[in-house]
Design a protein around this ligand. Sequence first.
Ligand code: HEC
Length: 390
Amino acid sequence: MTKGAAASVLLLSVLVSSGTLAQPASGHAENDEGIRVFKSANCVGCHKWTGSGGGGYGGAAANLRQTALTRDQIIETIRCGRPGAGMPYFERDAYANGECYGLKKADLPSGQMPPEPDHYLRPKEIDAVADYVLTHFKGKGEPTFAECRAFFGTGTRVCDTYQKGSGTGPTATAQSGHAHMKVEAAGDANASGVSRDTEPNDLREFRVGMRVADLPATGYRDFTCTDAPERTLSGWSEYGKCPLGPAGFHSVSSRYDDSTNQLARINEDARGTKIAGQPVLVALLIGDDARLDGLRIETDPQARLYAYKKAFLFGQQVKARYGQEGWVCTNAEPSADEQPVGGVFVKEHCEKTTPTRRLVLDRQLFRHAGEDLKKFTDGTQLTILARATP
Ligand code: HEC
């Protein structure tokens, strides 16, 4: 009994002192606030202290070390959560006024409303925890002993499993510092590329008007004709094997090859191709003059979890990239064999012209009558074309 009491007093003092010890490791006040929120809002419960998430903690929480999201998108995810997924929304009025993905609570089909949090966060707390995600998780490799110590302090043995093989404190910290700088540098390089050129790239290394010969030679795989998918190609240069569409170009599909280009993955958020961390399919529209006449980007139907919510995120990103203003949209009525999914029917067609581009954004969410309840048409396509000279 006395022994037990002594042990718990000891345990308590260990916890208290580890709390204090953790502070110098995490540095300035901003970080302390970030880690505090990460713990108190129970981000740690789902994403784990490593940010790696995964199953076993109430669903498949995203791996924040591999996130492709920008700071703004991370903040949005925390404020709004993810419709149709296990990520709670932390801003009290998130779905009151349509500030999240343009949706109100009543717009969301049943079961699609993100979970409520244990408690709501104030904007400052959301910023702080978003910065914590950026500085401690995004772009980081395997969790290290030093990171574990910084999180739990020195008074516990939970980090022992990370000790073997992983670097000592200072080295590991220096390494993660570098990784972070790399991300920044990549962003800068990209930004300067944009301002140097007359026209920014539309997507990754693609720019409408460029020559086929200048298309990147690596980083893409599974080349096929968009309109005749059974025809496989060795690369973009074989575009001529694809049928010429009514609009006057050959459409070649390919898949982004995540495995080959680590840096491109880091770069990606600056270029906005992975939407909320999910892959998209890119088709290049190539004219007989061997130039890129346009790009068509669509949500990847093979990517699981690519549901309703992602279509909205995709639309959001498109509008963030090309401006919120000036879109002209029409909504089609369901045809005889089309039905809503979970009370929602979307068949939207939007267009916008900029001085140099014509943008076409289509979104669908519906089911064909008689189709299996789990099957439905759910997608978003963006077509970027050069603006026709009048
Ligand atoms: C109840 C479990 C749970 C809690 C609590 C939780 N998350 Fe999540 N989080 C998830 C799940 C599940 C996803 C993946 C959602 C999806 O599939 O789109 C996710 C996704 C995310 C993403 C998006 C990552 C990406 O690349 O798409 C971020 C950022 C994030 N969470 C941060 C946080 C932060 C910060 C907190 C605390 C304020 C938090 N989460 C609390 C479950 C949770």
